[in-house]
Design a protein around this ligand. Structure first.
Ligand SMILES: Nc1ncnc2c1ncn2[C@@H]1O[C@H](COP(=O)(O)OP(=O)(O)O)[C@@H](O)[C@H]1O
Ligand SMILES: [Mg+2]
Length: 254
């Protein structure tokens, strides 16, 4: 086989990682008079690396996350009362294998979404199937769908290892269909011991009001809180701090 044929064979065998690095590895082998096994091992590694990267990219895409955030870029000094130890404990992802949940409730701008996204992203890196939803918007989309679209969405929200419902009850009142799907998600995931992370600006005492149904709120909360870490985010808004910093840098823009 000549080079063209080798490259074609590699692609046919779906060894695109090897195909991509072949010219470089060939040059390297010739330049260093490398033993065959060393070159071959390097090429196998290229293929493995490429597959792992693509798998992780695919998992990230499927998660619905819009950014790759971590705990490393979180400033714990800004709001010293945040439950830092509990956040790091969740970040170990043990809660996912235990089928436990987390409920992050507190003031706007204190980092609830940041922490929830960091957990979700970490879970994709660890190989879990994750869905991150901006809860109100996705539930509104659900309410507008036809029966088969609804069934597909519900399935997509029940099956993953971890589901993040970000900013639940942002709109205060959610539609009847949205309330029903929330109940269905929580019930089904509870039965299968699959983890849910919820963030909300609303205290759980008021959920009945936002759901328009106190009994439903109780059954949802019962299941969510059965195996659950409760985190309260008390403090000032990091968004306001960032806005203030922008105004300070650029006074005429305000
Ligand atoms: N302690 C913090 N350190 C660094 N960035 C933070 C911190 N708290 C919040 N942020 C950032 O401020 C913005 C608002 O935070 P967010 O997590 O959306 O708040 P919440 O969901 O509680 O309303 C985000 O860009 C987030 O990354
Ligand atoms: Mg948020």
């Amino acid at each position: 086989m000549n080079m063209v044929e080798i490259e074609r064979a590699l692609r046919e065998l779906r060894l695109s990682g090897m195909a991509q690095t072949l010219p470089t590895r060939l040059m390297q082998a010739q330049a260093a008079q490398e033993p065959f096994l060393q070159t071959f091992a390097a090429m196998l590694q290229d293929e493995l690396d490429r597959r792992r990267t693509r798998l992780m990219e695919r998992r990230y895409k499927r998660s619905g996350l819009d950014e790759k955030v971590g705990l490393a870029d979180f400033d714990w000094r800004f709001n010293p009362k945040l439950p830092r130890a509990a956040c790091f404990e969740l970040h170990t992802l043990k809660f996912i294998s235990e089928g436990a949940n987390a409920l992050i409730v507190g003031k706007p701008g204190t980092g609830k979404s940041h922490i929830a996204k960091a957990l979700a992203y970490q879970a994709t890196l660890a190989g879990h199937d994750v869905r991150y939803l901006e809860a109100d918007a996705e539930f509104a989309r659900y309410a507008l769908g036809n029966a088969s679209e609804r069934a597909d969405l519900l399935k997509d929200w029940v099956e993953p290892d971890l589901l993040v419902l970000d900013d639940l009850f942002l709109a205060r009142r959610i539609s009847e269909h949205a309330a029903e799907v929330l109940q269905a998600i929580v019930h089904q995931r509870y039965k299968m011991r699959r983890s849910v992370v919820v963030t909300s600006n609303r205290v759980v005492q008021d959920w009945g009001r936002y759901l328009g149904d106190a009994t439903m709120a109780t059954t949802i909360l019962d299941r969510l809180m059965h195996r659950c870490t409760m985190l309260e985010f008390e403090g000032k808004s990091y968004r306001l701090k960032e806005a203030a910093a922008r105004i300070a840098i650029n006074p005429e823009s305000s």
